[in-house]
Ligand binder design. Sequence first.
Ligand SMILES: Cc1cc2nc3c(=O)[nH]c(=O)nc-3n(C[C@H](O)[C@H](O)[C@H](O)COP(=O)(O)OP(=O)(O)OC[C@H]3O[C@@H](n4cnc5c(N)ncnc54)[C@H](O)[C@@H]3O)c2cc1C
Length: 402
Amino acid sequence: MAGIGIVGAGISGLTLALRLQQLGVEATLYSEGDAESMRSGRLPNTVARTWLTRARERHLGCEHYADPACLMDAADFAITGVPPLKFSARLLDPSHVADFRLLLPALMEDFARRGGRIVVTGAAPDAAQVDRWSQGHELMVVAAGRRSVAELFPRDAARSPYDNPQRRLFAGLFHGVRPSTTFGYNVMSGYGEIFRMPMMTRHGVVSTIVVEAIPGGPFEPLTRMDPAEAGPTLLATIAEHAPHLRELIDAAEFELTGPDDVLQGAITPTVREPVAKLPSGRIALAIGDAWITNDPITGQGANLGSACAWIAAEMIAEGGPYDVTFARATADRMWEEAAGPVTEWTNSFLGPPADHIIGLLSAAATRTEVANLVLELFTDPAGNWAVLSSPEEMGRLVDALV
Ligand SMILES: Cc1cc2nc3c(=O)[nH]c(=O)nc-3n(C[C@H](O)[C@H](O)[C@H](O)COP(=O)(O)OP(=O)(O)OC[C@H]3O[C@@H](n4cnc5c(N)ncnc54)[C@H](O)[C@@H]3O)c2cc1C
């Protein structure tokens, strides 16, 4: 056995495995479960993958579940404040929303069908196990998500401005919401956010509803409620705070699609050191949530994991030695081209918006072309952070739209 060892079969590890396979680099994927076990289990997230991620998957020949009913091509924004802002926007190239319990097993089967080697570990191994595996590989890439082998990659305090969650989360799949390919985005100052999206699931296309609750605020109880009460409790909140979404709901049918189709919790936004030297002498490089866990408020973690996997694969395919210098250069490139802008943008979203962002949203409420620009900026924050973070650049871009 040689080549690259990849720990974790989430979107980051699978994208890396498939891209390395495409580039002719031998890789072994260590997965906690097999494809069948990944299909069961609790809702892990509610991910919208943007056109950039979808283009990478198309390039790999891995397009799955792209039913038009789960391709989001528009958004309705409603933001409370003085004055409240409302606008609708269209996307040139839609985002795709599929339950990861469907999508990831399909990607895993693509890798296996094309001759990829998968080792099912049956449990989440620790750092000592990663070290043992590393003896059979030239490089280990750890893509094992936010909950595992964190001891290899200590927190990078300089890049992690928060040391506790800035939102508590509720996410669920619901029956009883009229189908729509429009993303519903509701921001309530002091409360948090409520999102709705269509999602392809084992029940067909249903709606996901996500509540991002400001800790200690009025929405927080939703993130701790008994899931059996989710339908009526959430409906009352939606009726009060997101009337546009309430119009899509049939109260008699509104309920979770199943007991496993819900998640509640909280994420502390964290950037870790991406490079570790293992006792074996080999290097471990972290990508995806194992490296950076952002709050899902901007819907970027999976898109970022895919982008970083792509960059890492290209660097690996250029050849070794896969030493500390190589790993640091790869991490620097991933930070500059993808992770840095996405992380800074997402963290800025968790606090009060800057004046120029309020100005942008106000312009969007009166001009369709600005509204469409806002939505496009969302789908490529890495490409757009230079504009989003600068009042001057932003002003120039909006003026150019006249
Ligand atoms: C409610 C919610 C909504 C979200 N919405 C979006 C969105 O709209 N857009 C977006 O881009 N992102 C979104 N995200 C973020 C996204 O889900 C994550 O960033 C992304 O799935 C991380 O992928 P990953 O492959 O890095 O890690 P993971 O998905 O965590 O995958 C890691 C895998 O490794 C396995 N594993 C763990 N430890 C080991 C081990 N030691 N050995 C072997 N295997 C191991 C795990 O079983 C898992 O399969 C959302 C997250 C949440 C919670």
